[in-house]
Design a protein. Structure first.
Length: 224
């Protein structure tokens, strides 16, 4: 817990009163230690990426520009799923995870437990009807098993998003270490800033079109 309110205000380029307001509203991850608020740098970086918050260059400096994470490879492992049933956060996460392929001997119920635990701590909805469920800490041991799954829901579900829009699509992220975890979140966040990609998600476009679009973005933005 190495950051204070003053530090976070500088990183996010807002005043300290705004940070205090976000704390009171439960919008930003923090801890109260000896009557003072403290922030975990990695959790803050994750929050910035998943919530598409503008920040100073000092925050993004921790993201490696030559990261080996390949979104297409991760999607090939995780898969794209349509009409996932459920009318609650827990049900759609459970039903999605019943389809997502996992490494041998990986406990599916354990992953579901960590995904739901993360949601209980702070919702992973990022606005525009999108959520990015992920464990609070990486739980895979091999980067070759990392995956991203896109799950289109049968019906919108309330994830307590700040923009009040119910979630229709989830990106489930399973990573092997914190650096790669943040890189995956960064790239998903970048994709979800593209109007054309957002339109594809809202239309629940066919898998082939989604893959084709991401391949183009990777070549253009990430040199792959």
């Amino acid at each position: 817990m190495d950051l204070k309110i003053k530090d976070v205000a500088e990183l996010l380029q807002v005043d300290e009163k705004t940070i205090t307001k976000w704390i009171d509203e439960g919008k930003i991850p923090c801890y109260k230690i000896n009557y003072q608020y403290r922030f975990n740098r990695e959790e803050l970086n994750e929050w910035i990426l998943t919530n598409k918050v503008d920040a100073s260059p000092a925050v993004m400096a921790s993201q490696s520009p030559d990261s080996p994470v390949d979104i297409i490879e991760c999607l090939n492992r995780g898969g794209i799923y349509y009409k996932v049933p459920g009318d609650t956060v827990e049900l759609v996460i459970r039903n999605s995870m019943n389809s997502v392929p996992l490494p041998p001997r990986m406990d599916r119920d354990l992953i579901i437990f960590h995904l739901l635990k993360r949601e209980a701590m702070m919702p992973t909805a990022v606005g525009e009807g999108i959520a990015i469920p992920h464990p609070r800490v990486p739980i895979l041991s091999d980067i070759n098993n990392e995956s991203i799954s896109i799950c289109f829901l049968e019906q919108p579900v309330d994830f307590k998003a700040l923009d009040k829009i119910s979630v229709s699509v989830m990106f489930i992220v399973l990573s092997a270490n914190q650096c790669r975890h943040l890189e995956m979140l960064f790239k998903i966040s970048n994709l979800c800033r593209q109007p054309e990609f957002l339109a594809m998600l809202k239309q629940q476009a066919p898998q082939e079109k989604i893959f084709e679009y991401i391949v183009e973005i990777q070549k253009k933005n990430w040199g792959r």
